[in-house]
Ligand binder design. Structure first.
Ligand SMILES: Cc1cc2nc3c(=O)[nH]c(=O)nc-3n(C[C@H](O)[C@H](O)[C@H](O)COP(=O)(O)O)c2cc1C
Length: 196
């Protein structure tokens, strides 16, 4: 008797419930693909290429007192108080070890006329600084004479993430000049309002 009543109640419930009550939920976590296999690398690169950025030459003094640096667009401001920024450097970069060894580094933002300089610091070469005027910042990091703006930072933290090392720097000095920025977008250089 009791079983018959229960079966009847279940049958009524099946008939009365609304369509949206019938949606079945699976555990999301059990169906989520692993992060490492969830996105095609080319699609991810295309996505990143849609993010317009400025271009920097990020520099450091090596243990012999020589200037070292590379072109980097991964600069991001992180915090205003205290003033923190970050730059990401590829684990394959030949200059990465100099940044790991140094207490300070500098970020030089390029102006619209410095595309050649950007290319120069983006190809493997031993004498990138030959003929490039620079002066040391308060803590010695190379500040390029002709650029849109530069900052010098004390290295606060280095975080290895994937195939890059993320350098967090606390800004100790900054200088800005009036000019137009060099931009990088969709694997090419641009200037505000048109192509360089
Ligand atoms: C516009 C532009 C932006 C770049 N941004 C970065 C970056 O943020 N981090 C990085 O590690 N490499 C970046 N690169 C690539 C390096 O500049 C390039 O690999 C350089 O050769 C590294 O020098 P190294 O291997 O001699 O240290 C960028 C290149 C270009 C042209």
């Amino acid at each position: 008797m009791h079983d018959a009543l229960a079966a009847n109640a279940r049958q009524q419930w099946r008939e009365w419930r609304k369509p949206y009550d019938r949606i079945e939920f699976n555990s999301v976590s059990s169906r989520m693909p692993l992060a490492s296999s969830s996105i095609d690398a080319a699609v991810f690169r295309d996505f990143c290429a849609r993010f317009a950025s400025g271009v920097t030459i990020t520099t450091v003094l090596d243990t012999d007192g020589q200037p070292q640096g590379l072109t980097a667009s991964s600069f991001t401001s992180v915090s205003l108080s205290p003033p923190l920024i970050l730059v990401c450097i590829n684990h394959n970069s030949g200059v990465l070890r100099h940044f790991r060894n140094a207490s300070h580094f500098a970020v030089n933002i390029l102006h619209a006329g410095q595309q050649e300089l950007s290319n120069r610091f983006a190809v493997k070469a031993t004498h990138r600084f030959d003929g490039i005027p620079w002066s040391p910042g308060p803590a010695g990091s190379p500040l390029l004479d002709e650029c849109l703006a530069h900052i010098e930072c004390a290295t606060q933290q280095i975080v290895d993430a994937g195939d890059h090392a993320v350098f967090f720097g606390e800004v100790i000095a900054a200088q800005v000049n009036e000019n137009s920025p060099l931009l990088y977008y969709h694997r090419g250089y641009h200037i505000l309002g048109g192509a360089p």
